[in-house]
Design a protein. Structure first.
Length: 183
């Protein structure tokens, strides 16, 4: 099979940042939805229950299902990810961020639309290579100006309960000789 000479660099990564969550976060989603539903139900706007429960379903599916792995390409014409192609002429600037323990690359398009392309960067080697290629074509912003959507997303992410990492200490782990003792 012939290698495409137009591809400058390609890497595989998850479609979106993903962190496996415990059932605690799902209980939080359900409790918040029930609370909002009760408030709305008693005020009489029952039609607003549909968007609340549809958003709950969306959060549930995004929390439970891990994202597929996609191939991201930087070509001589632009960037391609998950079947979406953005040409260099339509792109304005880029910056790096961090979400759920993953480095993310955000590429912003030209005005008036300001589309945002979010790509997951799996490791520092890929990040350095992508950075060196993109700085030849786009403007790099160290501290990006946050949009209203970004501010709202950060606010709601701050409301989520933090999960403690489960670690097994040596005293918690079973010893082989203990499991073989007669009762």
């Amino acid at each position: 099979m012939l290698k495409n000479p137009q591809v400058i660099y390609l890497w595989k990564a998850p479609l979106r940042p993903y962190k496996k969550r415990s059932k605690l976060i799902l209980r939080f989603y359900v409790a918040l939805s029930l609370l909002l539903s009760l408030i709305i139900f008693f005020f009489g706007d029952k039609i607003l229950l549909l968007p609340i429960w549809s958003i709950l379903f969306l959060f549930y599916t995004l929390t439970i299902t891990p994202p597929p792995e996609v191939e991201n390409k930087i070509t001589t014409f632009g960037i391609e990810s998950a079947g979406v192609i953005a040409s260099w002429e339509n792109l304005s600037h880029f910056y790096f961020g961090r979400r759920f323990g993953f480095d993310t690359l955000t590429i912003v398009s030209q005005p008036p639309f300001f589309y945002h392309f979010y790509l997951v960067i799996p490791n520092n080697e890929v990040k350095e290579k992508v950075f060196s290629i993109l700085t030849q074509h786009l403007i790099y912003q160290e501290k990006p100006k946050k949009t209203l959507t970004d501010k709202i997303a950060d606010f709601f992410l701050g409301l989520l309960p933090e999960e403690e990492e489960e670690t097994i200490t040596p005293k918690d782990s079973p010893v082989a000789s203990e499991s073989l003792r007669p009762a």
